[in-house]
Design a protein around this ligand. Structure first.
Ligand code: AMP
Length: 541
């Protein structure tokens, strides 16, 4: 028997309608390239999204077409997040840090028909443009009239917007219509496309806003440091709109000093970014203290947040850290590490142990760990296995690669490539990516745990551990270390001694190399592929 409920398509226009009705005066602020702050409201956004929908139809964009964005975080980019899906097209956020060949690959593979480009990023885009074959129209955002460019067919965003009105009737889209697309950061092989639907993003938005997840409310003011091209800014623009939270977009101002300034002056309550951003901010705040007591949650994901940094924020700066895990393929939210009532009597040190885990799976997603044979493993906090997930906002395949990836199991789970334990109360803790695990003499060594332990040393600012070939043991760990400015004469032996009581003896890296900076990927993660290459080329000693 069928239920008797309304047929109510879960489409993103519903989210914007809600924001406009309930929170028309809440603000969206953007720090512009020149440092000035542009402010407007959800009521303004609502009107401009309708305008943009008209613009896109006028440009001939059809349902299902891919429309690329090459932009910093900003209000116009938020307009694209709603406006492109409003006409049934796909908002394909392009990673501005890709190498030209990768960028061209992604645009061509997605067959983007129109691309919106922030004027300040034009030179970066032009480096790839000769190899791009699919784009019929470029739209420049915030570009001065008469700007010189080798791109063909350019028009200006604001000219187009001025030329249409804000009268647009929402289309009656099927909720399974594609709305957004992100390519994985592709540390191996070509990037792969995750294609989100209205329904998946709608449910992700509700999922993210649960109290058991990020729990945004209209009282929040959210600083999005996570780029809009990184898994749709972790879905935060939609989560803000649905909850009425204010948004603050930092534009290109991503260095620690301006971020500290924004948090203090704008009274930010929630800030989201990867660990390397918060590492930089912490050191800035230690040198130039500011009042950031407005922050109720510093959301961090994308890579493991070192326990020492969580402790530093909570103990020294009294800022609550909310560690989360996810992937481009999971829209991205998968787990959060919030404390629960049964943790109330733990010591602070024990609480930080839990917060350093990736956390429990958010309602809406299911998770399991399995062995090499695909058998489910126990949640006992020690057995390690590959993490698999399923749920309404997890991809079921990659765009235009249908059926060719071995990341999807026959029984409908997505293989994440992360290796983890899960405790009996459901807290997942990543020990490694499968490809980063170190196998020494037949035993596994967790590079993540070694890095975490090393980064707890007061003289260590960053540590990345990779496997290096070894005749006797097959692989041994090498630790690349970035010292703090006031580290003094720290040696490899000091670090070995520091590790000795904390990890198994055979885990202690054979080599320590001291470098100025750990290479990072386009989304700010340690780039171990580059480290391995440097080692092979003899550049790491
Ligand atoms: P991306 O799709 O670029 O966001 O990459 C997803 C991958 O980043 C995951 O599969 C993890 O390996 C890693 N990752 C994301 N969040 C965390 C976290 N909190 N701790 C450790 N690794 C993480």
């Amino acid at each position: 028997m069928q239920g008797l409920m309304m047929d109510y398509p879960l489409t993103l226009d519903r989210i914007l309608e809600h924001a406009n009705k309930l929170f028309p005066h809440k603000r969206i602020s953007t720090k512009q390239p020149d440092g000035s702050i542009h402010r407007y409201t959800y009521a303004d956004l609502y009107k401009r999204v309708k305008r943009l929908a008209n613009v896109l139809q006028k440009l001939g964009v059809k349902q299902g077409d891919r429309v690329g964005t090459f932009a910093w975080n900003g209000y116009q980019h938020v307009e694209m997040y709603f406006g492109i899906p409003a006409i049934g097209a796909v908002c394909h956020t392009l990673n501005i840090r890709l190498f030209p060949d990768q960028l061209a690959y992604v645009v061509n593979h997605a067959e983007d028909k129109v691309v919106f480009i922030d004027a300040t990023l034009l030179p970066l885009f032009e480096r790839a443009s000769d190899k791009i074959t699919t784009v019929e129209q470029y739209v420049l955002v915030n570009a001065p009239q008469g700007i010189e460019t080798k791109l063909p067919n350019i028009v200006h965003y604001e000219d187009l917007m001025a030329d249409v009105d804000d009268d647009f009737e929402w289309l009656k889209l099927d909720e399974n219509t594609a709305m957004g697309m992100c390519y994985t950061s592709g540390t191996t092989g070509n990037p792969k496309g995750a294609l989100y639907s209205h329904r998946s993003m709608f449910l992700h938005t509700i999922g993210e806003n649960q109290a058991n997840a990020l729990g945004l409310t209209e009282a929040d003011s959210v600083l999005m440091v996570v780029p809009q091209f990184h898994a749709m800014a972790w879905g935060l623009p939609y989560a803000c709109a649905y909850s009425g939270a204010e948004m603050f977009m930092p534009g290109p101002h991503l260095k620690p000093e301006p971020l500290a300034e924004i948090i203090a002056t704008e009274k930010i309550t929630v800030a989201a970014g990867v660990p390397s951003i918060w590492n930089g901010l912490y050191h800035e705040l230690r040198q130039n203290p500011r009042d950031i007591s407005s922050v109720r949650a510093l959301i961090v994901g994308g890579s493991a947040m070192p326990r020492s940094l969580i402790k530093a924020y909570e103990k020294d700066l009294h800022v609550n850290v909310l560690h989360a895990w996810g992937m481009t393929e999971t829209s991205p939210l998968g787990t959060v590490s919030k404390l629960q009532s049964h943790h109330a009597n733990l010591t602070d040190e024990e609480k930080w142990d839990i917060k350093a885990k990736q956390g429990y799976v958010v309602p809406g997603i299911e998770m399991r760990i399995v062995n090499d044979e695909g058998e489910e493993l126990p949640w006992d906090g020690t057995t390690m296995g590959e993490v698999q997930v399923r749920g309404p906002w997890v991809v079921r395949d990659y765009y235009k690669l249908e059926g060719s990836s071995n990341q999807f199991t026959k029984d409908g789970w997505f293989r994440t490539g992360d290796v983890a334990t899960i405790s009996d109360d459901g807290y997942m803790q990543i020990t490694d990516r499968t490809k980063d695990l170190i196998k020494s003499g037949g035993e596994w060594i967790s590079s993540v745990e070694l890095e975490n332990t090393l980064m707890a040393h007061p003289a260590v600012r960053e540590a990345a551990v990779i496997a290096i070939p070894d005749e006797r043991w097959a692989e041994r760990p090498l630790a690349a270390i970035v010292l703090t400015e006031d580290a003094g004469d720290i040696t490899a032996d000091d670090l070995r001694e520091f590790l000795l009581p904390k990890v198994a003896k055979f885990w202690i890296p054979d080599k320590f190399v001291f470098i100025a900076e750990i290479p990072k990927t386009s989304v700010g993660k340690f780039d171990k592929k580059v480290l391995r290459r440097r080692y092979t080329a003899g550049e790491l000693g």
